[in-house]
Write a protein that binds this ligand. Structure first.
Ligand SMILES: Cc1cc2nc3c(=O)[nH]c(=O)nc-3n(C[C@H](O)[C@H](O)[C@H](O)COP(=O)(O)OP(=O)(O)OC[C@H]3O[C@@H](n4cnc5c(N)ncnc54)[C@H](O)[C@@H]3O)c2cc1C
Length: 523
C-alpha cells in the first residue's frame, strides 16, 4: 500500500472533474493534480450526453429568459442567486470550451446552430450533432493529455474520504470535520492506497444505476454522494430524481438508449398506441413541457392503457435535416429495424438525472473543510426540484471553473500538515467472496425495489415498503462488506444501498409535490 501526497485530488473524470483539472493545472503549473477514475478515463455520464449545453448566445435570447425557464422547470425551489450566476457565466465558459477545441455545429451562414429543448423559450442549445457529450469529453481529455502536471489514473476506485474520524479514531468532531484525501483501490495491484491532498474534489457523477431502467452507464452508482454522506457532509434534495421521458423501449437492454429531448425540440410528437397526441390535453407546451410533466403524462398513459410504451413520431419532419442533426439516433433506430422516416419510435421514461447531492456553496465548497463537490454529485441550487434540459453540463462547466479559480487564488499556498498521523487503510475483510452472484443479486434487488416502489409516482405505503426492504439489504451488505476483500462491486453495492436509502428517506419527508417529486399522498 502506498501513500501519495499531492496538491489537488479529483475523484471522477467527467466534464466536472476534467474542467477543474485543466483550469487548475493551467493556473498552477508547478502543482500536482491527480484525477482518479474508476473505469476507462472517458467512461462517464458526460460521454453519453446527446442534446447539448444551454447558453444564451445572441440577441434573440436573454439571460432573463434563461433564468426564468430554469426557475419554472425547477418549480421555484432553485436558488435564484446561483441560477443567475450560472446563466450569466455560461457564455464565458462556452467560449473557454471552444478555445480548448470543442467543435459545435454551425449553420450555413456561419452562426452557431442553436437547438431548442423542452422547457426552453428560445433556441440556446449548443450541440455537436447528437453526441455533444462525446465531443466534450474527448476535447477535455486531449487537454489533460497535454498538461504534464495532471496525472490521470483510470481503474482507480475511490472507496472513502479520509476525514478527522480516521485520525481521532473516536468518532467525528461534528463542529469541524476536515477532509484530508481518499482511500483508493488500485484495480491492477488490488491494493488500497492513501491519497492525501490539500484540496479534494468529488466529481463522481450521478446515481441512475439505483434504478433498473436508466439512461446512465454502469459507473453511475452515486459513489461520491454515498462517501460524502458517510463522512457526514450535508446531502440534500435526494427525492428529486429526473426521469427522462423518452428512452428507447428495448426490454432487457441496460443502460437504456436515450432519444434526446432535442428530437421533440425538432418537432417530434408523442402518440399513444391509438395514435393520439396525448400531450395536447396535458399542457399547453405539449411535447415541449418540462421533463417531469412529460414523464408523468407518459406514465399515466401507460397505467391507463396497460401498454409497455408510447411512440415518438418523427415521420412528418424534414428527414434530410433530421438525419443531419440526429445521425446516431437515426442509425440506432435503423439498427433495430425502425425507419424513423416512416415508423414511430417506441419510448418509455427512464431514470436520468439526480437533482440532489452534496450541498455546496457558490464556490463549490461542501460542508466539510477542504472538500469540494462538482457536477451531478453536487447540489448547487441551480436545478431546484427539476433540472432544465441541457443545464447540467453547463452547471459542471461553470462550477468547475469557479472551483479551479478558488483553488488557484486562495488555496495554492496550503501545505499538508506533516504532524497529522493519517492511518493507512485498515484492511479488515480478507475473504475473497466465493460467489459474486450474491453481490449482483443484491444490486438487481435494489434496482427492482426502486423501480417498482420509488419511481415517477410515489406513495407513502410504497415508500415504507421500500424502506423495509432496503433496511434488510443494508444489514446484509454491511455484513458482506465487513468480511470481504474489497472490490468495486461490493463498494458500489454499498453505495447504491446508501443512495436508495437517501432517496426513500427524503421522499418520505417531502409532504408537498414539487417538480420531479410526485406522491399520491400529497394530492
Ligand atoms: C444519456 C444521457 C444524455 C444526457 N444528455 C445531456 C445533455 O444533452 N445535456 C446536459 O446538460 N446533460 C445531459 N446529460 C446529463 C449530463 O451528461 C451529466 O449530468 C453530466 O455529464 C455529469 O457530469 P459529471 O462530471 O458530474 O459526472 P460524469 O460525467 O458521470 O463523471 C463521473 C466520473 O466519476 C467517476 N467515478 C464515479 N465513482 C467513482 C469512484 N468511486 N472512484 C473513482 N471514480 C469514480 C466515473 O467513472 C466518471 O469518470 C445526459 C446524461 C445521460 C446519461
Amino acid at each position: 500500500m502506498s501513500i501519495f501526497k499531492i496538491d489537488t485530488l479529483i475523484l471522477g473524470s467527467g466534464v466536472a472533474g476534467l474542467t477543474i483539472a485543466i483550469k487548475t493545472a493551467k493556473a498552477l503549473p508547478n502543482k500536482k493534480i491527480f484525477v482518479v477514475t474508476k473505469a476507462e478515463a472517458n467512461e462517464s455520464n458526460t460521454k453519453y450526453a446527446q442534446g447539448g449545453i444551454a447558453s444564451v448566445w445572441n440577441k434573440l435570447d436573454s439571460f432573463k429568459d434563461h433564468i426564468n425557464d430554469t426557475m419554472i422547470a425547477g418549480d421555484n425551489l432553485n436558488n435564484p442567486k446561483i441560477v443567475k450566476m450560472v446563466i450569466e457565466e455560461a457564455p464565458k465558459c462556452m467560449k473557454q470550451l471552444i478555445s480548448w477545441g470543442a467543435d459545435f455545429d454551425y449553420t450555413k451562414s456561419g452562426e452557431l446552430d442553436l437547438g431548442k429543448e423542452g422547457g426552453h423559450s428560445a433556441n440556446r442549445i449548443l450541440h455537436h450533432k447528437d453526441i455533444t457529450g462525446f465531443e466534450v469529453e474527448k476535447t477535455l481529455l486531449e487537454q489533460v493529455e497535454a498538461l504534464s502536471n495532471i496525472t490521470l489514473l483510470p481503474y482507480h476506485f475511490a472507496i472513502d474520504l479520509i476525514t478527522d474520524h480516521h485520525i481521532n479514531g473516536k468518532g467525528y468532531n461534528k463542529n469541524a470535520i476536515n477532509c484530508y484525501g481518499a482511500y483508493v483501490l488500485n484495480e491492477k495491484t488490488k491494493k488500497i492506497d492513501t491519497y492525501l491532498a490539500t484540496s479534494i474534489v468529488l466529481a463522481t457523477g450521478g446515481t441512475g444505476q439505483v434504478y433498473a431502467a436508466t439512461t446512465n452507464p454502469v459507473v453511475a452508482t452515486g459513489d461520491g454522494i454515498a462517501m460524502a454522506y458517510r463522512a457526514k457532509a450535508k446531502v440534500e434534495d435526494m427525492e428529486f430524481v429526473q426521469f427522462h421521458p423518452t428512452s428507447l423501449y428495448q426490454p432487457g437492454v441496460s443502460p437504456a438508449y436515450l432519444i434526446s429531448e432535442a428530437v421533440r425540440g425538432f418537432g417530434a410528437y408523442l402518440r399513444n398506441k391509438k395514435g393520439e397526441r396525448f400531450m395536447l390535453e396535458v399542457d399547453e407546451r405539449a411535447e415541449l413541457a418540462p421533463r417531469d410533466i412529460v414523464a408523468r403524462a407518459i406514465d399515466s398513459e401507460l397505467i391507463k392503457s396497460g401498454d409497455q410504451y408510447v411512440y415518438l413520431d418523427c415521420t412528418h419532419l424534414d428527414m434530410e435535416a433530421f438525419i443531419k442533426h440526429f445521425p446516431n439516433i437515426s442509425e440506432k433506430c435503423k439498427s433495430i429495424g425502425i425507419d424513423v422516416a416512416t415508423q414511430y419510435i417506441p419510448v418509455v421514461p427512464a431514470a436520468h438525472y439526480m437533482m440532489g447531492g452534496v450541498v455546496v456553496d457558490s464556490k463549490g465548497y461542501s460542508s466539510i473543510k477542504n472538500l469540494f463537490a462538482c457536477g451531478e454529485c453536487s447540489r448547487t441550487g441551480l436545478h431546484g426540484a427539476n433540472r432544465l434540459a441541457s443545464n447540467s453540463l453547463l452547471e459542471a462547466l461553470v462550477f468547475g471553473s469557479e472551483i479551479a479559480t478558488e483553488i488557484a487564488n486562495n488555496r495554492k499556498d496550503l501545505i499538508f500538515d506533516k504532524n497529522l498521523d493519517i492511518p493507512e487503510w485498515n484492511e479488515e475483510g480478507t475473504m475473497e467472496p466465493k460467489e459474486k452472484v450474491l453481490i449482483s443479486h443484491n444490486r438487481k434487488t435494489i434496482q427492482n425495489i426502486m423501480t417498482d416502489l420509488v419511481a415517477i409516482v410515489r406513495s407513502d405505503e410504497r415508500l415504507e415498503k421500500a424502506l423495509d426492504h432496503l433496511n434488510y439489504l443494508y444489514q446484509d451488505t454491511e455484513k458482506a462488506y465487513a468480511k470481504s476483500k474489497l472490490s468495486p462491486q461490493i463498494c458500489e453495492l454499498r453505495n447504491l444501498n446508501a443512495i436508495s436509502y437517501l432517496i426513500v428517506k427524503e421522499s418520505i419527508k417531502r409532504k408537498i409535490n414539487k417538480g420531479a417529486f410526485y406522491s399520491l399522498d400529497n394530492l
